[in-house]
Write a protein that binds this ligand. Structure first.
Ligand code: NAP
Length: 260
């Protein structure tokens, strides 16, 4: 792997992905940008090439389409220059569970979980063989909170957190760094795409601030980075409560309260 590895970023045409592209280009990394809107990626690439001189490739792909996703998987498997995968592409869906169509929730799951998983799976064996590499998965605080009323979206983000933590345990000892980033409400187009008026909302983080904070966590090699959370001890206590409970889950007999 090169001293400054290339970075493949999904959902790089706008928002969080485009901001990651800007930051990695400034750090001198060559890029591979992936999204559906080629024109926007071309415009971003032109600007970043001019300002930073890095090499930028573009893959136009709808990651919910198996054949197009396979092109990105192949690039990750075969291109040894790529040492960082930013698994960022994702979307949200307005409405309650019964208002969302079955096809729409399937598409949401396909992008937010299946595509992210397949890309990680495509690249991980090569990273392990090299003893180096990084996978950054963009989750959401919504994945911690069924109470927020974004049930399917939150479920996909709970998947992203679990997958990231599991991969960190599995791949970390083999030299691969895995980071889960959990933004909260951040000013991007995702809200408009889901039918919400971002300008009517308060408490939004600006996308530059979100990505810069996520990169502080990245540079510190944090397994889980929650940029808006003021007190990291709250996250640590949440994780510690899980660890206290876990050893009690393996029992020969059902708990007393379930015995007739
Ligand atoms: P965004 O501004 O809507 O950008 C989403 C990106 O994903 C775009 O580049 C879009 O590009 C790409 N994309 C969407 N559907 C795609 C598809 N089918 N195939 C390939 N690319 C696709 O959203 P964002 O806020 O930056 O979101 C980035 C990630 O952050 C997502 O995983 C999201 O869940 C997460 N997140 C966001 C927030 C927030 O408040 N903004 C909070 C928590 C987590 P094209 O349209 O060109 O394909």
């Amino acid at each position: 792997m090169a001293a400054i590895p290339s970075v493949l970023i999904t959902g790089a045409s706008t928002g969080i992905g485009a901001t990651y592209a800007d930051r990695f280009a400034r750090r001198g990394h060559d890029l591979v940008l992936v999204a559906r809107d080629r024109q926007r990626m071309e415009a971003l690439a032109t600007r970043l090439r001019q300002h930073t001189g890095v090499t930028i490739d573009i893959i136009q792909a709808d990651l919910t389409q198996t054949a197009e996703l396979a092109l990105v998987e192949a690039r990750l498997r075969d291109d040894a220059r790529i040492g960082v995968l930013i698994n960022n592409a994702g979307t949200a869906l307005g409405g309650s569970f019964i208002e969302q169509s079955t096809d729409a929730v399937e598409r949401l799951v396909a992008l937010n979980t299946t595509a992210l998983l397949r890309l990680a799976s495509a690249v991980a064996p090569r990273f392990v063989k090299a003893g180096a590499g990084t996978i950054v998965n963009i989750g959401s605080v919504v994945g911690l909170a069924p109470e927020f009323g974004m049930t399917v979206y939150g479920a996909t983000k709970a998947f992203v957190l679990f997958l990231s933590q599991g991969l960190s345990l599995e791949l970390g000892p083999k030299g691969v760094y895995v980071q889960a980033v959990l933004p909260a409400a951040t000013r991007t187009e995702i809200w408009g795409r889901a039918g919400a008026d971002v300008n009517a909302m308060t408490g939004m983080m600006e996308v530059d601030e979100l990505v810069d904070a996520a990169l502080v966590g990245f540079d510190r090699r944090e397994a889980v980075t929650i940029p808006p959370l003021p007190d990291v001890d709250q996250w640590n206590a949440y994780e510690a409560a899980r660890q206290v409970m876990l050893p009690n889950t393996r029992q020969e007999h059902a708990a007393e309260r379930y015995r007739r």
